[in-house]
Design a protein around this ligand. Structure first.
Ligand SMILES: [Zn+2]
Length: 433
């Protein structure tokens, strides 16, 4: 009798434990990821229409004859997904059989990484929002003559969105260009934030003699987490969350958030968007409906005459992209292409064998047409070089193993450094100094 009681309670406890651990990733149980071969722009359009119709989650858009697309498909979506691809003659293959399983493996990998590296630096991990804030506070306190912490405003859920200003002249020298970089607009793109923190480290704590010019000749605005609500939600509830977490009950009582990178006031709600509030590319009810994009807008407006380059860091795919998302080019496209190509070359020179080469170009022509993105807004209001980076994914999409973070930090810093130097030259000729 006693034995039975013990056994029963043992199983109850076991069930409770497993339900706690099972919960988070089980929403992706039996979701699969397929690689889709793209022959031409018609295939790209077929895939885009499928996304619009079925709400499949496109992990990688792919490029005709260069890179396959990757699409996550739920059990409910799969029948129509296969039918449409078959009817249009598209070839596909299974990449991930059960997404919940690989997400669990990723989480275990991260836990192991943390156990084995108790003295890791903050940028050698995927730090939480509070840890990033703490680092920014500490660095501003330790280097008061160099670093200023700015609280730019609150996210929808009330989290402070903070950035660092790094300057040897307190941002008061108009002969210096401003380099503005941000990350984590899309919540699941975890590897983007470490790159921004590593940039702070290289400029402030670990400045090298041959990079003194980067600190002395340039003022920096570095914003590590644009979308803290989405980012925290991707840690606590849904690893693949991409959007903000705003609630608009008039629009939907079940789907929250909008795609911040479709929410800027440039060609709003025209291309590469879905009117379905549950879609990953839902742009919101109006431009700048989101607190997070309003904060980016206000930084642009505050420092506009001096911002020479805006670098909006995303993951994944190895791209450096520029506007406009509707396939039109800016008058300074030759210079813009030069900056992007120099970044790609600098990063490719140190790339890992398992990574693809960086692809450079107009975002609409290289990838797919979009509207309302941060890159286009920066270009539209007069930032000479407004770029989107897509960092390497090494075949792991959003689940880049932590063992790759050091390399991505180092490699991306090379791209950032060369784009900063080119920015300095162009800024000086622009302002006539
Ligand atoms: Zn993104």
């Amino acid at each position: 009798m006693i034995k039975f009681k013990m056994d029963a309670s043992f199983f109850v406890i076991l069930a409770l434990i497993s339900s706690v651990f099972a919960g988070k990733h089980d929403i992706y149980s039996r979701h699969a990821v397929y690689g889709v071969e793209l022959r031409d722009q018609d295939d790209v359009a077929t895939l885009f229409n499928l996304q619009q119709k079925l709400n499949v989650d496109i992990w990688q858009h792919g490029m005709a004859r260069v890179r396959d697309a990757e699409v996550m498909v739920s059990p409910e979506q799969s029948k129509e997904f296969f039918e449409t691809l078959d009817n249009n003659g598209l070839k596909y293959y299974l990449k991930i059989e059960d997404v919940s399983k690989v997400l669990k493996e990723h989480e275990e990998d991260l836990a192991k990484w943390r156990r084995n590296r108790s003295n890791r630096m903050i940028f050698q991990d995927y730090p939480r929002y509070a840890e990033v804030n703490q680092y920014m506070e500490e660095i501003a306190a330790r280097y008061p003559n160099l670093v200023t912490l700015v609280n730019a405003g609150k996210s929808f859920e009330g989290r402070d969105i903070k950035y660092l200003k790094i300057s040897t002249t307190n941002f008061e020298d108009p002969r210096k260009p401003v380099y503005f970089m941000d990350a984590m607009m899309h919540a699941r793109e975890w590897v983007t934030t470490p790159v921004t923190i590593y940039s702070v480290f290289r400029l402030v704590e670990n400045l090298r003699d041959d990079e003194r010019d980067l600190l002395e000749d340039i003022d920096w605005i570095i914003l590590p987490i644009v979308n803290p609500d989405g980012y925290e939600f991707s840690h606590t509830d849904d690893r693949l969350w991409r959007r903000t977490r705003s609630v608009n009950l008039e629009v939907s009582t079940t789907c929250f958030g909008v795609d911040p990178n479709r929410n800027f006031d440039v060609d709003f709600n025209t291309l590469g968007v879905s009117s379905d509030p549950c879609s990953q590319t839902y742009p919101g009810v109006a431009p700048f409906s989101e607190a997070e994009t309003r904060i980016i807008r206000d930084i642009f407006l505050k420092y506009l005459p001096r911002i020479q380059l805006y670098n909006d860091i995303h993951s994944h795919g190895n791209y450096v992209l520029f506007g406009f998302g509707n396939n039109t080019l800016t008058p300074n496209v030759a210079q813009l292409h030069h900056v992007a190509a120099a970044m790609g070359a600098a990063m490719d020179a140190v790339k890992l064998p398992e990574a693809g080469y960086y692809l450079i170009g107009n975002s609409g022509l290289v990838l797919y047409k979009t509207s309302g993105c941060g890159q286009d807004y920066g270009q539209h209001i007069g930032v000479p070089f407004s770029l989107t980076m897509e960092l390497p994914g090494y075949g792991y999409s959003f689940r880049v193993p932590p063992s790759f973070i050091d390399h991505i930090n180092e490699e991306t810093w090379k791209g950032i450094a060369i784009s900063a130097r080119i920015s300095k030259i162009h800024y000086r000729s622009r302002v006539g100094r």
